[in-house]
Design a protein around this ligand. Structure first.
Ligand code: 4FM
Length: 248
């Protein structure tokens, strides 16, 4: 993936544009490694009041997103990019749980259209007609899809070649190996009677790398054992894990 184009369909475009102006994502946009365009269904309304919501069939509280303005916004977002290497994703709790593996695969695309809903949901026929995949951040409910779209934009941007500086990429390695991160320490050497693990002061970089991997394993085993069960181990990793097990 040389670069990535994000088209976000949202009633709150400022929320997407403003939050994307900072840090790694902001720099990637400035450097034209990432393009970010927003599409507001309100701009595709045809009535005097610019209506974007509608009452649900079957009754009950709350509204759903009005079909026509949302569909027109999605269709125009699609047209702006490359149909062969594009996916249209709707963010909702009903979606496939987002993982780093899914994000890595997403990098084969050149355009990602992210549909951020509001209210109680969108018409099921619109999902059938326009959405390729439904993704979820996790088993909880937020007030709209914008924060979820921002999470996807951030996590994918980190995988665009050149988006991370040299320092940031080296760090990334430790997150990408399927393990939790190792502990970090900085100055001073002694805080409230607690010292920094001596290996980190040793200057022995091979020892330090080994210690960090060992800590990552321990962290993962105690906090997220489910991650280890799903992991395929290399011979080297299996040997190291065995060593850690016998030590503690
Ligand atoms: C989704 C509100 C669609 C309104 C939401 C509409 C969510 C999640 C989430 C709320 N998105 N992972 N969990 N969205 O809660 O992705 Cl129309």
């Amino acid at each position: 993936m040389a670069s990535m184009r994000f088209d976000v369909v949202t009633l709150f475009p400022e929320m997407i544009q403003q939050a994307s102006g900072f840090g790694i994502v902001g720099r990637a946009i400035d450097n034209q490694l990432v393009d970010l365009v927003t599409w507001n269904p309100r701009d595709f309304t045809e009535d005097r009041h610019r209506t974007v919501d509608a009452r649900p069939y079957g009754g009950g509280p709350g509204m759903v997103m009005m079909y026509q303005p949302l569909q027109d916004a999605i269709i125009n977002a699609k047209k702006a990019g490359d149909s062969k290497a594009r996916k249209v994703v709707y963010l909702s709790p009903q979606g496939r749980p987002l993982t780093q593996d899914l994000l890595v695969k997403t990098c084969e695309l050149t355009q990602l259209v992210l549909v951020a809903g509001r209210y109680e949901g969108i018409d099921e026929r619109l999902i059938e007609a326009e959405i390729d995949e439904e993704w979820s951040l996790g088993d909880y409910v937020i007030s709209g899809g914008e924060l979820a779209a921002l999470v996807v934009i951030d996590a994918v941007t980190r995988l665009v070649p050149g988006a991370l500086g040299a320092q940031e990429s080296a760090q990334q390695d430790s997150y990408m190996n399927g393990l939790l991160d190792c502990p970090h320490y900085t100055r001073p050497e002694l805080i409230d009677g607690k010292s920094v693990p001596s290996v980190l002061l040793s200057g022995n970089h091979a020892e330090i790398a080994r210690w960090r991997l060992q800590q990552s394993w321990k962290n993962t085993r105690s906090k997220r054992p489910d991650l280890l069960n799903e992991m395929a181990l290399s011979d080297e990793q299996a040997a190291l894990l065995k060593e850690i097990k016998t030590k503690s």
